[in-house]
Ligand binder design. Structure first.
Ligand code: ASP
Length: 339
């Protein structure tokens, strides 16, 4: 029998409508179990760890990511896989963060949640929970079939650091525009083994040090020098810059000067695109050639969620801005594709 640890952090899956205020409020895991008697019939041994403070995932933060990573580290040798119940709002950030924090992961860490509470008649929670457990416990020749941090939602498993929350009303809450689905659930579970990461035969390590000294510069036509200046001069070591198309920005001299000054001051700037599909190609257009020349890091096809959490992880590993920039451009956990 495989052993699975369920870590319950909160989210709609474990919420009920408060009769007085009419808002959705968290319930405890025993109340969740009462709604899913089928859990008893699964062919695996389940252990549960509940957070003391059950949260809406909008309250997620890097300290809680470190706590989560610590729980996985503690149970790593004792169980075959993990299922993390988490609100969908920031699930892609948490899954991305953990993917970077876990080096040489060889066991499944499957996030799931739901759009409707588990007690609702039309809930999507039961299917999401049962199949997430099934995926986390799937083995082939004694090895986990999905040794990755993934998000299972609405019949699909995505690589966590390739996903983003795309829809707040549909059961299809997530998408992974630049990487294929890892597992599709229908009458059978279809594992796309070619797309699933192969673990290295090295010891697992949880890096719990994240640095949140970062700022985001999202461009728009007409952005003013004072706004750009304020963001680039904020007390932050790393800046995630959301650019146009294939990584392009205005070529106005004041803008280029601001970026150059920030880099001279030791800041690291990571260029990701506002487009959800496709990749940054620094140097393809005249409007990105100077960015490449001044040492801005190419974010390729990384999601915003992956870019933010990778920056936090890499800043926690490296001090030298040039090394930070090179690591940001490197594929660490299957989060980017070089073209
Ligand atoms: N607000 C909820 C959360 O992220 C939404 C959900 O669970 O889907 O915790």
């Amino acid at each position: 029998m495989t052993k699975i640890l369920i870590i319950y952090t909160g989210g709609t899956i474990g919420m009920m409508t408060d009769p007085k205020t009419k808002t959705l409020k968290p319930i405890n895991f025993e109340q969740i179990m009462d709604n899913v008697p089928e859990l008893e019939r699964l062919n695996c041994q389940i252990e549960v760890r509940s957070f003391d403070d059950i949260i809406d995932s909008s309250n997620m933060n890097p300290d809680i990511w470190s706590e989560l990573a610590g729980i996985v580290e503690k149970y790593y040798d004792r169980v075959d896989g993990f299922v993390i119940l988490h609100g969908s709002d920031t699930m892609s950030f948490t899954a991305s963060a953990l993917s970077f924090m876990f080096e040489n992961l060889a066991k499944p860490v499957i996030f799931t949640g739901s759009q409707l509470p588990i007690s609702a008649i039309r809930t999507d929670a039961k299917e999401n929970l049962m199949t997430a457990i099934e995926i986390a416990s799937s083995m082939k020749e004694g090895r986990a079939l999905v040794p990755e941090v993934g998000i299972y939602f609405d019949y699909k498993l995505f690589r966590g650091n390739r996903s983003f929350k795309y829809n707040s009303s549909k059961f299809e809450a997530f998408r992974s525009p630049n990487y294929p689905v890892l597992v599709e659930s229908g009458v059978h579970l279809r594992f796309s083994e070619n797309y699933i990461l192969k673990p290295k035969n090295e010891p697992f390590k949880a890096h719990k040090n994240l640095v949140n000294d970062i700022a985001v510069l999202k461009l728009y036509p007409g952005i003013s020098p004072k706004v750009v200046d304020a963001i680039l001069n904020a007390d932050a070591r790393g800046i995630v810059m959301e650019t146009f198309g294939a990584g392009n920005t205005t070529t106005d001299a004041w803008f280029i000067d601001c970026l150059k000054k920030a880099i001279d001051n030791g800041k690291v700037i990571l260029d990701i695109s506002q487009c959800k599909v496709g990749t940054v190609e620094l140097g393809r257009y005249e409007t990105s050639k100077q960015l490449k020349d001044m040492g801005i890091a190419n974010g390729y096809d990384m999601t915003y969620e992956a870019a933010i959490t990778k920056m936090m992880y890499v800043l926690g590993q490296e001090q030298d801005p040039i090394k930070v920039a090179r690591l940001l451009e490197t594929d660490l956990r299957g989060e980017l594709t070089w073209y």
